[in-house]
Design a protein around this ligand. Structure first.
Ligand code: NAD
Length: 260
C-alpha cells in the first residue's frame, strides 16, 4: 500500500511508535526510526524490518528537545530516502506531580518533547510536502489532549497544545494535498504506562491490578488497554488516499474515556 513512500516516526524505539513503525515497514514504506535505546537492540530492529519487508530502515538518535537535532534528523531522512512523505510525531514523556511541586525542568522538557518538537519537525518537512502536493502528518496526542486529569499539568497542556497545532497546520495546508490529524489514545500498556503503574503502586500502597482497574482504566469504559496495533491501523488509514478528506481531526481511540 505504501511502497515508495518514506516516513519519519519519532519515538519509535519503544511502545506505540515502534508499533507504528513496524506497520509502515509491513506496508512497504521506508522508515526512519528515532528515539533512545540500546544501540545493539536498535540495530537488530533495523535489520529485522529491512530483511523481513524489503524496505530501507534508518535510525536517528536526535534528541527531540533540541531544534537543531530535529532539523538534522529531517535532513538525514531526506538524504537517505530522497524525500519525506509522511511524518508521525509520536515521542512523548510524562511526569506526575501536584502543580506546586512540579519541577520546572520537567515542565520545560515535556513542553519541548511533547509539543515543540512537532512544530520544529513539521516546519522542516512541510515545504517539500506542499511542493509535491501530497503529505500526511499524524500527531500522537492523548485522551489528555481532549480532557484533563490532576497532577499532569505539563502533559495535559502539551497534548492540548498538540491538538491545537495540528488543527492550525491542517487549515494552512488543506489545499496542498497535505493532511494533519491527531490521535488521542486512552491508556496503552507501554513502558511509559508500566512506569506509571509502578509509581502508583508505591504512592498508594495498592496492587498493580488495583491500579490498572481502579485508577488507570477507571474512565476507560471498555476496561481494556488500547492495543498498539489498533493505533497503528488507524495511522495507516490516515495515510491512505481514502483519508484524503480527513484533516484537522482529533481522533479519540480511548475505549470511551473522553465521553464520560
Ligand atoms: P514509550 O515510553 O514506550 O516510548 C516513548 C518513545 O519516545 C521512546 O522511543 C523514547 O526513546 C522516545 N523519546 C522520549 N524522549 C525523547 C527525546 N527527548 N528525543 C527522542 N525520543 C524520545 O511511550 P508510549 O507509551 O509508546 O508513548 C508514545 C506516545 O503516545 C507519547 O507521545 C505518549 O504521550 C502518547 N500516549 C501514550 C499513551 C499510553 O497509555 N501509553 C496514551 C496516550 C498517549
Amino acid at each position: 500500500m505504501l511502497q515508495g513512500k518514506s516516513v519519519i516516526v519519532t519515538g519509535s524505539t519503544s511502545g506505540i511508535g515502534l508499533g507504528i513503525a513496524r506497520a509502515f515497514a509491513e506496508q512497504g514504506a521506508d522508515v526512519l526510526l528515532n528515539g533512545f535505546g540500546e544501540p545493539d537492540a536498535i540495530d537488530s530492529l533495523r535489520h529485522e524490518l529491512e530483511t523481513r519487508h524489503g524496505v530501507r530502515v534508518r535510525y536517528s538518535p536526535a534528541d527531540l528537545a533540541s531544534p537543531a537535532a530535529i532539523r538534522g534528523m529531517a535532513d538525514y531522512a531526506r538524504g537517505e530516502f530522497g524525500k519525506v512523505d509522511i511524518l508521525v510525531n509520536n515521542a512523548g514523556i510524562q511526569h506526575v506531580a501536584p502543580l506546586e511541586e512540579f519541577p520546572e525542568d520537567r515542565w520545560d522538557a515535556i513542553l519541548a518533547v511533547n509539543l515543540s518538537s512537532a512544530f520544529h519537525l513539521i516546519k522542516a518537512v512541510l515545504p517539500e510536502m506542499k511542493a509535491r502536493r501530497w503529505g500526511r502528518i499524524v500527531n500522537v496526542a492523548s485522551a489528555h489532549g481532549l480532557s484533563a486529569s490532576p497532577f499532569k499539568s505539563a502533559y495535559v497542556a502539551a497534548k492540548h497544545g498538540l491538538v491545537g497545532l495540528s488543527r492550525a497546520v491542517a487549515l494552512e495546508v488543506a489545499e496542498y494535498g497535505v493532511t494533519c490529524n491527531t490521535l488521542c489514545p486512552g491508556y496503552v500498556k507501554t513502558p511509559l504506562v508500566e512506569r506509571q503503574i509502578a509509581d502508583q503502586v508505591r504512592a498508594h500502597g495498592i496492587s498493580a491490578d488495583n491500579v490498572v482497574r481502579d485508577v488507570l482504566l477507571a474512565h476507560q469504559a471498555r476496561k481494556e488497554f488500547v492495543a498498539v496495533e489498533e493505533l497503528a491501523a488507524l495511522t495507516l488509514f490516515l495515510c491512505s488516499d481514502a483519508a484524503a478528506s480527513m484533516t484537522a481531526a482529533a481522533l479519540a481511540m480511548d475505549g470511551g474515556w473522553t465521553q464520560h
